[in-house]
Design a binder for this molecule. Sequence first.
Ligand code: SF4
Length: 342
Amino acid sequence: MTGPVLDVKNLCVDYVSAQGLVHVVDDVSITLRRGEVHGLVGESGCGKSTLARALLRVLGPPAVISGGSGMREGAELLQRCARQLDAVRWVRMAIVFQGAIDALNPVLRISEQLVDALAAHGVNDRDEANERAKKLVDRVSLPRRVLTAFPHELSGGMRQRVVIAMALALGPQVLLMDEPTTALDVVVQAEILDELDRLRREMGFAVLLVSHDLPLMLERCDRISVMYAGRIVESGPVEAYRSGVPSHPNAAHLPGHPYVQHLLQSFPRLEGPRTINRALEGTPPSLFSPPPGCRFHPRCPAVMPVCKVEQPRLTRLPGQPADHVAACHLITQPAPGDGQST
Ligand code: SF4
C-alpha cells in the first residue's frame, strides 16, 4: 500500500427538516490508501452510509454537504459540478449499494444494463460493449447465461456480483461498498467478499467498506474507523482492534474509546469459562440535538465532568502506532481513582 487515493477532511452533512438541521455527519476526516480495505463501522443511524454516499455525491435532498473537502489525486471532489462528477463516477470511484435488486433495472436484461453503463462512459461500439460485458461476468465468476437474464431471475448473490461487475467496469481506483452483503446469508456473503478480495488484489483498487458488522470488519479490513452519533470516535489498524477482543490470543485491554471497547467485548466467547455480556445502557442520541461535549457521555461508564462540556479530539493512543487515534478525554486525563497521570 502507498499514498492516499482519497483524503476527506472535516466533512459535514446535514439533513434539512421542518424541525431544523440534523447534523448526520459532523466534522469527519478519513483517508483511504491505495489498495487497502478501510472499514467504516457503527450503529444504524450513526452517519456511515451518508458519509459514503456524500463522497460520490449520490445523496439527494434533503441532504446538504455543509462543509469539508474531499481530495482525489489532488482534485477536489465535493465542489464539482454534475458534469465534472460524471468524469469521476464509475471511472475513478464507484459505489455498490446494499440492495442489488434496487440498483438494477427490473425490466432490462443484465447484458443491456452492462452495455448501457459502458455506453454512458464512452464505449459506444455495441460489439465492443458486448464483449466487455462478457468479460465482466467472467471476472466476477458468473456464468455467461446471466447476461440474458432479468434481475428477478437471479439469486441475491448473483445480483450482487452483477452490481460489483458493473461497478468495476471502468477500473475505478476507489470502490465504496455500502453494506454490500448485509442482505445475503453468511455463506454467500463469504463467497462474495472472497471474490472481492481477489479482484482487489488483481486490480489494485481501494475499498471503503461500510457495515454495522464489526466481526466481519475485523476479518476483512486493513484499517477500521468507528462512528458514533455522526463522528469518528476511533480509527486505527485492524490488528489493534483484534487484540481488544477477549478471545484473541494476545487480548489486551487497550486504552481506546470506551464505546469501541464495549463493542469488542460484546462478542460471545466460543471457548473458556462462560461469561455474561453486559448490554450498553441507553440509546444513541438524537442528531437533532446531540448532547454537548462527548456525544457518548450519557452512556459512558467512565464519564467525567469534563466529558459533559468539552468535545474530545482525536488523539494518538499511548503506545500505539501514530495512525491509531481515539476521541476520548481518558487519553489525556485520568479517570477518577485510576491513578493515571495527565
Ligand atoms: Fe466516556 Fe468521557 Fe471518553 Fe466520552 S470522553 S468516551 S464520556 S470517558
